[in-house]
Write a protein that binds this ligand. Structure first.
Ligand SMILES: Cc1ncc(COP(=O)(O)O)c(C=O)c1O
Length: 387
């Protein structure tokens, strides 16, 4: 999803020290800075914050994350298993629909199960309750805050969450929580409006519950985020309803914590200079094409802003495997390293092996400025995704 401004934390990464190329490098001190902000919110708002694994699941960082957050939220059995095995703490699970076997698998690892409809709750709720899970239902507050429809769970005809019109108060027996998720990269002002819509539509049911989950999309660690407003919203909500409150951001854990280091492999010409990198927009950072957005690159400007403009393209055969047009002070040459900023979230979790291209390696930068390679993907990782 959209890139945020570079900052000291990311620029502390020295591309020449990256142990491989292409390589994601996660800066542990920058990650810890984010976690400290989230811990402050947990403390001051007296709420619980979960890592949404769909956004960031690089488990070599989980020992650090476990020091600060309450647990994780999963969207499928494999995420739930990873959360239980590698992070610990509370494990929550939500999926737009579960098969019975997926639900049983999730239940092995999860404390909370959130259903997306009353039909799923009626069909599978007894199994989840018998396994001891605290069950909830996702509702749709129908408050539109997200500009890009692809990422707006409150857009018309959204399948995500029960609308007020479809709500079945007579089926609440046994449910312990409500969940909503209506934000994407947004501030506490958006949460305030969503919360008002949620309370208008569903507030009357909250007193009989134990918890309300405010979902993700809170850009809590972004510079300028109104932390005081978030704390006030959560605290006053808790005072009004006497329930536990959960937040489950993904991006907020990982924004501004990592880069993708790539290398120029060739420069060709067709109407303009075209640099071919050892990475790929479609295989390694698909949100650049899906959202779409233009990642920032260290030392590069808008096309024409600096002396030498290039279209940066990837390794696959997809004609549109293009990261964007960027200008540089000096001509690019094969072997030059390029550093794409803000590449921790929604990248490593969304890659593909299209064209059989190797996935970027993963490395961590420690506080003492040492670099540790934690993963290099070989032929097996490609082969084992197929059959
Ligand atoms: C149900 C739910 N919870 C949490 C998240 C995490 O959102 P973000 O990474 O934007 O904070 C998402 C993202 O799509 C989601 O769908």
């Amino acid at each position: 999803m959209s890139s945020t401004r570079p900052d000291k934390g990311m620029l502390a990464i020295d591309p020449d020290k990256a142990p491989d190329s292409p390589c994601w490098v996660i800066d542990l001190p920058a990650l810890e800075d984010n976690l400290k902000i989230l811990a402050r919110v947990q403390r001051e708002a007296e709420c619980k914050i979960l890592l949404a694994l769909k956004g960031f699941a690089t488990w070599s960082t989980f020992p650090l994350i476990a020091k600060y957050l309450t647990g994780a939220t999963a969207s499928a059995p494999h995420e739930a298993q990873l959360a239980r095995e590698k992070l610990g703490g509370e494990v929550h699970c939500y999926a737009p629909a579960y098969t019975e076997s997926d639900l049983r698998e999730c239940l092995k690892y999860s404390d909370h199960i959130v259903f997306n409809s009353f039909t799923q709750w009626q069909k599978l709720g007894p199994i989840a309750r018998a396994a001891g899970a605290s069950c909830g239902i996702r509702v749709n507050p129908e408050q539109r805050e997200v500009a890009v429809e692809l990422y707006d769970p409150s857009a018309p005809f959204s399948r995500l969450g029960v609308t007020e019109a479809q709500f079945r108060p007579e089926l609440l027996e046994g449910l312990e929580g409500l969940h909503f998720h209506a934000l994407c990269e947004l501030g506490a002002d958006s949460l305030e409006r969503v919360l008002a819509a949620f309370e208008r539509r569903f507030g009357k049911y909250v007193p009989q519950l134990k918890w309300v989950n405010f979902g993700g999309g809170h850009h809590i660690t972004r510079p300028g985020y109104d932390l005081d407003l978030l704390v006030r919203l959560v605290r006053t909500f808790k005072q009004r309803h006497d329930v536990e409150v959960y937040l489950e951001p993904g991006e907020a854990i990982a924004i501004r914590t990592g880069v993708l280091v790539a290398t120029v492999l060739d420069v060709v010409h067709n109407g303009m200079p075209l640099a071919i990198l050892d990475t790929s927009a479609t295989a390694h950072m698909p949100d650049t094409l899906e959202m779409p957005y233009r990642p920032e690159i260290v030392g590069a400007g808008e096309p024409g802003e600096k002396a030498h403009t290039y279209r940066l393209g990837g390794l696959t055969c997809l004609a549109g495997d293009v990261i964007g047009d960027y200008s540089f002070d000096r001509p690019l040459e094969a072997g030059d390293r390029i550093v794409l900023l803000d590449m921790s979230h929604y990248t490593m979790v969304k890659t593909s092996n299209f064209n059989g291209v190797r996935l970027p390696s993963i490395a961590l930068r420690n506080a003492d400025d040492s670099y540790r390679l934690v993963k290099r993907f070989g032929y097996e990782s490609y082969r084992d995704r197929l059959g």
